[in-house]
Design a protein around this ligand. Structure first.
Ligand SMILES: Cc1cc2nc3c(=O)[nH]c(=O)nc-3n(C[C@H](O)[C@H](O)[C@H](O)COP(=O)(O)OP(=O)(O)OC[C@H]3O[C@@H](n4cnc5c(N)ncnc54)[C@H](O)[C@@H]3O)c2cc1C
Length: 501
């Protein structure tokens, strides 16, 4: 690759710049962004994959985390999604290697319960990440702990963008603050150049559209079709209100079901990011803001209202344009997968381009792979709403009644409800690369979707619960509490900020 123009300086644009500068050190990479338009400024949680991003760049946590007010994330705790007794909350853990010792027991417990036996099958007692979150320990073990532990991060999205910009610019990426006012497309559908508002034109071999929901190149100039997900994902707006951090930051994102969607709480070292993702079909912005304020205990901090285009482009790579980030598509923030998709997309594009260049075969295979990945994540998110046993509002009743489910999702739900092997179905359908069997079983079990408790038959417990508790408690000794782990990265100031009210 000799010349790349990236349009957009949000997290997606700068992540792309960092990865491409590393993959193609000789390429001339220019990133254009309009300071007047600005970035979306939300997106504060990651999956464990972001660790791989920083590893690829050769960057230690101590270099970026303190600069971005970042904290560790062991998983997501879900509250109020189920009305089944005993299932008011559950924790979706990020996987770690020690789960190999506890996952089979969890599977056995859920199978017994699904087939009508009176066996406790709530997921929370089975996984290291849940234990770490409950104990407020950072998921970064002592060097002597012989198991890989998966974790993600929480961070200030604006600060992460700035940090990535510094990293990319130091590696030769040219930063060009300007608005793109036009895109020149030739008869073959190839982008020739973009036209800046001062009249300058920028030509390149590859154009990356990271312009956010505006979709300046892919959607507007190339007319790439957008497939909306509104048929089974109803949330299309959000309102965000930060609150002060009180005490040490939690090691988890909290996702609480509200009347027309759900609220996130993301602990940073400087504040807690909060927001309410809701459906405009069922709730006005004013009502959503009022409900979020009440949920937060009556704060009068300023609110930001956001619209979300939930769906995906038909093709992520079109001609010589690659769409990444919100311009490529957005599923919604539950499970925090957006930056995960940016990373996957850019890494897969670099590999595909290096294998086959700008060939239709390489492009088609890449597009099919990315589309499948997005649809795979979509299924998992749809399941959160479809399986929720709330029927207290029109929003939740509409979700419960939704029959717009993919064949994959229907097959997994059928397996679960008929006492079948969910893992085998995931393997047969090759879905394990999106969400592993553990995640699916935790979701189904966490919602308490089991046969009627009144009809359960007594059965011997197939699980050595005391043994699992001993194992997980023993592991805890290898993990420092969160504030201490953060202080090790950032020194005294960070430790003080982590406990400030
Ligand atoms: C409510 C909400 C919560 C979210 N939570 C999460 C989360 O927890 N985890 C996660 O991974 N993701 C989350 N996301 C998604 C995340 O915010 C985005 O994926 C991420 O910030 C990347 O955005 P972006 O760079 O694609 O777009 P943006 O941040 O919108 O950046 C677009 C860029 O394009 C530039 N631009 C646009 N038009 C032009 C033009 N004509 N000329 C020049 N420049 C232009 C803008 O100036 C800007 O620099 C969330 C999103 C929403 C809406």
């Amino acid at each position: 690759m000799t010349a790349v123009v990236i349009l957009g300086g949000g997290t997606a644009g700068w992540m792309t710049a960092c990865l491409m500068a590393r993959a193609w050190p000789g390429a001339a990479i220019t990133l254009v962004e309009s300071p007047a338009i600005g970035t979306i400024g939300v997106g504060e949680g990651s999956t464990p994959q972001l660790r791989g991003f920083f590893r690829t760049l050769g960057v230690d946590e101590a270099e970026w985390m303190p600069a971005c007010d970042a904290t560790y994330k062991a998983g997501i705790s879900f509250h109020g999604w189920s009305r089944e007794p005993g299932f008011a909350s559950y924790f979706h853990p990020f996987a770690s290697a020690i789960d190999l010792h506890t996952q089979p027991a969890f599977h056995a417990a859920t199978l017994a319960r699904r087939t009508g036996h009176a066996v406790a099958a709530h997921p929370d007692g089975f996984f290291l990440a849940s234990r770490l979150a409950a104990a407020g320990r950072a998921p970064t073990p002592a060097a002597t702990f012989p198991f890989e532990v998966g974790y993600g991060y929480h961070f200030d999205a604006g600060k992460l963008g700035e940090w990535l910009r510094g990293h990319a610019v130091a590696r030769g990426v040219v930063h060009r603050p300007a608005r793109v006012a036009g895109v020149a497309v030739d008869a073959d559908g190839q982008v020739r150049h973009v036209i800046l508002d001062d009249g300058e034109t920028l030509a390149a071999d590859l154009f990356v559209d990271a312009s956010g929901f505006r979709g300046v190149i892919a959607r507007q100039a190339l007319n790439v079709r957008f497939r909306a997900f509104a048929s089974n994902l109803f949330c299309d707006r959000a309102v965000a209100i930060p609150t002060p951090l009180t005490g040490a930051p939690a090691v988890q994102t909290r996702a609480t079901a509200l009347s027309c969607g759900w609220a996130w709480a993301i602990p940073l070292t400087s504040r807690i990011g909060n927001g309410y993702v809701y459906s405009s079909r069922f709730c006005s912005p004013e009502a959503a803001e009022a409900e979020l304020r009440a949920h937060l205990g009556g704060t009068d901090a300023p609110a930001r209202h956001l619209q979300m285009d939930v769906g995906r482009l038909e093709t992520t790579w079109t001609g010589n344009c690659l769409a990444v980030g919100l311009s490529q598509g957005f599923i919604e923030p539950l499970e925090a997968t957006a930056l995960h998709l940016v990373q996957t997309t850019v890494e897969a594009f670099i590999a595909a381009w290096q294998d086959a260049g700008f060939t239709p075969a390489g492009r088609d295979a890449f597009n099919a792979r990315i589309a499948r990945r997005i649809e795979g994540i979509r299924d998992y998110i749809v399941a959160h709403y479809r399986m929720a046993s709330r029927d207290d509002t029109d929003f939740w009743r509409a979700n419960a009644a939704s029959d717009e489910l993919s064949d994959d999702l229907k097959a997994l739900m059928t397996r679960w409800f008929t006492g079948g092997d969910v893992a085998a179905e995931i393997a047969a359908r090759d879905l394990g690369g999106f969400y592993a069997p553990m995640s699916w079983e935790v979701l189904f079990a966490g919602y308490g979707t089991f046969p009627d408790p009144a009809r359960l038959r007594p059965a011997p417990d197939p699980v050595d619960r005391a043994g699992i508790a001993r194992l997980l408690d023993g592991c805890l000794a290898n993990f420092a509490d969160h504030a201490t782990a953060l202080a090790r990265l950032g020194g005294e100031t960070l430790a003080l900020r982590a406990v400030a009210g």
